[in-house]
Design a protein around this ligand. Structure first.
Ligand code: FES
Length: 118
């Protein structure tokens, strides 16, 4: 149990730990991202949370960064360094982005599946 001081948090990473993501290495991604945050001494600025399914299983492993509204797809443990390095610099690792919030919905990278209508 923990109660973190979030006053210096700039990025909140949601690490999908739903079934599909866990079958594709979600645990290893979660550990790698957290280790990389620690290695880069970025704990104050990057907070992480494990989640259940985020509804984009085809994109597993899914990682989401708020408040930026940027969704990542097909994340592998070896992407952790690039993802965290970019966040520390206030940027995003373009190679794995699936969606970006535009202020009026999420804009999908055309290489990822549209998905079914809600
Ligand atoms: S299990 Fe991760 S998006 Fe569904």
């Amino acid at each position: 149990m923990a109660t973190w001081d979030l006053s210096k948090t700039k990025h909140h990473i949601l690490l999908c730990n739903g079934g599909s993501c866990m079958r594709k290495g979600g645990e290893e991604v979660t550990v790698a991202i957290r280790q990389e945050i620690a290695r880069q001494r970025a704990d104050e600025q990057i907070h992480t949370t494990r989640t259940r399914c985020n509804g984009r299983c085809e994109d597993a492993c899914v990682l989401i960064v708020y408040p930026d509204g940027v969704w990542y797809q097909n994340v592998q443990p070896e992407d952790a360094k690039e993802i965290v390095e970019h966040l520390v610099q206030g940027q995003h690792y373009q190679a794995k982005i699936s969606h970006r919030y535009s202020g009026d919905g999420f804009v999908r990278n055309e290489t990822v599946a549209l998905g079914v209508k809600k």
